[in-house]
Design a protein around this ligand. Structure first.
Ligand code: LAG
Ligand code: CA
Length: 443
């Protein structure tokens, strides 16, 4: 469908927590690649197959901390053991000198606390120590050599920018044996939750890597829930105190805030599909940032782990005829409204917004050069309007409601007349409140 890559769950050996919450994977006890998703060999095999299919893999890397204290015995997915209360992780190995002295992060105004104290009791590594840097660099390079294209840096805000810079500078180039161009560098996007008003800011990190822009999903959620008119969103970006577009990694929700974790506010998720798909459509149609789509398993409570077999190993989704998932998985990325907006984004890549139209409230439309056009009705009234586009005259398949199959559209069609006008109708009762057309889905 044109997805460029996939961020996978942490690969590091994590401590097994009896109730098997999803978040056990954020408590590493070694840098071995083994988890409830599989073994190192299985991981490497997946990466190789994905690279061959043109889909890059990004690993969620835990560099800030090791596992918190747990009742004895503390055992990992690869049978490694540890004594977290003694700061002893022999499978790395780490000993007490590798950690910051214990303290709790109480005051987020204090950058020193945020970076040198413990996040929710997770023992805090001192990345200024050469031994720690070496272990981390070795782990990351191990992943790069396996064909991984980059990393989400978990809890980057809790590490010193100077230390991260040194660590990144020691990373290998991406391997040409996996199809990467010579001298390609890993894409690193750092998790920094900066909603304003704290001692650490996102601007301390974006000169040497990309940074997660948490305000983006919050702003889009406000628009699609009637809390800020969509007409304002043409220039969402730097003028909104968001990161410069080249360093911004944008998303509506992530694995934390879709279930009330992480403290980054409340956002739309797959549980409100109509509004959520509108927010995703806007994100994918708008040129700001590097966009990431969340793909989930279904859950009823915030700690619930992924669909698993009797041994606690994660089980695969199964697939329906329309590409969607079952077996406990949501697979938002397989919804037609989402995958077709990925195709839209790829089709309009390199163009800017033109022909912006709005009704002075919650109905908007814009073109992306002569490559694509989108209309969104987030209003309380129907949209029935002749709107000017930059598209060539002809009949287009609305990719939100259908696909072009054997030259025919399985959904709605939209006519662009010889003046470039299209009549757009999106009623408040429509299943999807979005219409999107592009030059690669022209009849
Ligand atoms: C992150 N970013 O900075 C991750 O995105 C987030 O998912 C991680 O927290 C966190 N930082 C540490 O990597 C997750 C859960 C926490 C969970 C933590 C460790 O959101 O709820 O904490 O992973 O597994 C859990 C308990 C805490 C407890 C802690 C230590 O919820 O109550 O203090 O474990 O045992
Ligand atoms: Ca830290």
């Amino acid at each position: 469908m044109g997805y460029a890559g996939v961020q996978v769950s942490p690969v590091q050996e994590n401590v097994i927590i009896p109730a098997r919450p999803w978040w056990e994977r954020y408590q590493p006890i070694s840098y071995k690649f083994i988890s409830r998703s599989g073994s190192e060999e299985e991981f490497k095999d997946m990466v190789r197959r994905c690279n061959a299919a043109g889909v890059r893999i990004y690993v969620d890397a835990l560099l800030n901390h090791m596992a918190a204290d747990h009742p004895f015995p503390v055992i990992g997915m690869g049978n490694s053991t540890a004594h977290p209360e003694k700061r002893d992780y022999p499978a790395v190995p780490y000993t007490p000198v590798d950690f910051h002295p214990s303290c709790e992060i109480l005051n987020y105004q204090d950058a020193y606390q945020v970076r040198n104290c413990e996040l929710v009791g997770l023992h805090d590594l001192n990345q200024t120590h050469e031994h720690v840097r070496n272990q981390i660099v070795e782990f990351l390079n191990h992943a790069i050599d396996a064909g991984v294209a980059g990393f989400r840096i978990d809890a980057a805000k809790h590490m010193w920018p100077e230390d991260l810079k040194v660590i990144y500078s020691r990373l290998h180039d991406l391997p040409t044996s996996h199809g990467f161009k010579p001298n390609s560098r890993p894409y690193v996007y750092q998790e920094v939750i900066d909603m304003g008003g704290e001692g650490v800011t996102k601007y301390e990190y974006n000169s040497f890597g990309a940074v997660t822009e948490f305000k983006y999903g919050i702003e889009l959620t406000r628009a699609m829930t009637g809390n800020n008119p969509l007409k304002w969103y043409r220039n969402i970006g730097e003028e909104w105190e968001l990161l410069p577009r080249d360093s911004a990694l944008v998303f509506i929700d992530n694995h934390d805030n879709q279930r009330g974790h992480g403290g980054a506010g409340s956002v739309l998720t797959h549980k409100q599909p109509k509004e959520y798909k509108m927010a995703l459509a806007f994100m994918l149609a708008h040129p700001y940032g590097n966009a990431k789509v969340m793909s989930s398993f279904a859950f009823n409570h915030t700690d619930q782990g992924p669909p698993a077999d009797a041994n606690g190993n994660t089980i695969s989704p199964q697939f329906n005829d329309d590409y969607s998932c079952n077996n406990g998985w949501v697979c938002e990325h397989r919804w037609i409204e989402v995958y077709n907006m990925i195709r839209f984004r790829n089709t309009v890549n390199g163009t800017e917004i033109s022909e912006w139209w709005d009704n002075s409230n919650n109905q908007i439309a814009f073109s992306r050069g002569n490559a694509g056009f989108i209309a969104i009705n987030a209003d309380t009234i129907d949209l029935k309007q002749k709107i000017h586009t930059q598209l060539a005259t002809g009949s287009y398949c609305d990719v939100i409601s259908g696909n072009l199959v054997d030259g025919r559209c399985t959904g709605k069609t939209v006519q662009v007349d010889d003046q470039g006008f299209a009549f757009i109708k999106i009623t408040v009762n429509d299943k999807d409140r979005v219409v999107a057309i592009h030059k690669n889905a022209k009849l």
